[in-house]
Design a protein around this ligand. Sequence first.
Ligand SMILES: [Zn+2]
Length: 118
Amino acid sequence: MLEKDGKSDSWKKTLKFISNCPVCKTEYKPEAVKLLNNENNTQSHLGQDESRFVHFTCHNCKTNFMAMVMMISKGISTVGMITDLNFSDVERLYKMPPLTVDELIEARQFINSKNFKL
Ligand SMILES: [Zn+2]
């Protein structure tokens, strides 16, 4: 996590961490980065924190990478992962409601059933 130092380059430092593809190390082109338009922007329980999803597609190896950039009271933090979701998948799935406990139980029962085949 980066300390919030009041300087405007905090964002640039954060983006530096994710400026290269984690798979092939190629530097991302500017058009590889897309910010997810989250209308219902998540505010934490503290009310002052903010988080944004960014999606990257490597032009070299076509790997997709997603990161959540969180601006919290103590600075900026990121959590990222390699994904097989392209940007339109992310946009579509992001708008879906969260899974319920019942749905998770049902999915587990289905996967563990004798009839489940891939
Ligand atoms: Zn790559």
